[in-house]
Design a binder for this molecule. Structure first.
Ligand SMILES: Nc1ncnc2c1ncn2[C@@H]1O[C@H](COP(=O)(O)OP(=O)(O)OP(=O)(O)O)[C@@H](O)[C@H]1O
Length: 226
């Protein structure tokens, strides 16, 4: 006599399907990586610095495309590295040589890209050194607005607990600074990239506070819909 196979447990409801829902999931993945991966936070702040240099010095189209592509490629690699770490942790809960090799190889991929980007960035600066030397006032303006902007973004992504108003102040202050910077930018694409990174940093600060609040109350951070 055949014993009936027990029904397989169902996946929890995964939210409404569709383009908007997929975008929302991807956005949550990005913010989660910024909140929980220290290296991603370093890449984000470095991306801001690249954005500020790119919007301060007039670069050629090929140079702009290369720099933006490098920044996005590093984000992509770090996000994939994080996904792979989660997958390995899901499969292996104890020390395992193959788990170590998988994680080290993924981390090496990010490192190679980051080193390559530093070299490309330095080469572009050297190539445009003449422009840098003749753009004193623009660079002074960029430093005056860019340094406090970078400090605000760094504060937003720092993992230390702080009152919500500090994050709001940093976010609004940085918003004002980037608006001022964008009014006389050498490249609106780089200004848009920098502003986009501020939005990501702000969302990460919000998510960190939310996760912290849930930890305190013991509630689950995400309540799946019925
Ligand atoms: N299950 C495991 N078995 C063996 N070694 C491991 C294991 N998990 C992690 N490691 C080692 O510890 C390192 C750090 O792994 P971890 O999961 O803490 O990632 P991480 O600190 O976020 O790393 P990264 O700096 O690459 O982002 C790995 O690169 C690997 O060498």
């Amino acid at each position: 006599m055949n014993t009936p196979t027990p029904p397989r447990p169902q996946f929890p409801h995964r939210g409404s399907p569709g383009l908007l829902a997929s975008f929302h999931h991807a956005w949550k993945g990005l913010i989660h990586t910024v909140v929980y991966q220290r290296n991603m936070r370093v890449h984000l702040v470095s991306g801001v610095l690249v954005g500020l240099v790119g919007s301060g010095i007039p670069l050629g189209l090929a140079e702009k495309v290369t720099l933006i592509f490098c920044v996005l490629l590093i984000f992509f690699a770090e996000i994939l590295n994080s996904a792979l770490e989660h997958l390995v942790d899901l499969a292996v809960q104890q020390f395992d040589e193959k788990a170590r090799l998988a994680k080290d190889a993924a981390a090496a991929g990010v490192m190679v890209l980051a080193l390559g980007t530093v070299v490309i960035f330095a080469a572009l600066l050297v190539h445009n050194w003449g422009t840098v030397l003749t753009s004193g006032p623009q660079i002074a303006r960029q430093v005056t607005l860019g340094l406090p902007f970078t400090a605000c973004v760094t504060l937003l992504v720092l993992p230390q607990a702080r009152p919500a108003w500090v994050d709001w102040l940093a976010f609004l202050g940085a918003g004002l600074l980037i608006a001022l910077q964008a009014s006389e930018t050498a490249s609106s694409v780089f200004s848009a990239l920098t502003a986009g990174l501020l939005v990501v940093a702000g969302a990460a600060a919000r998510e960190r506070r939310r996760a912290g609040a849930h930890k305190k109350t013991g509630a689950a951070p995400v309540s799946p819909p019925p």
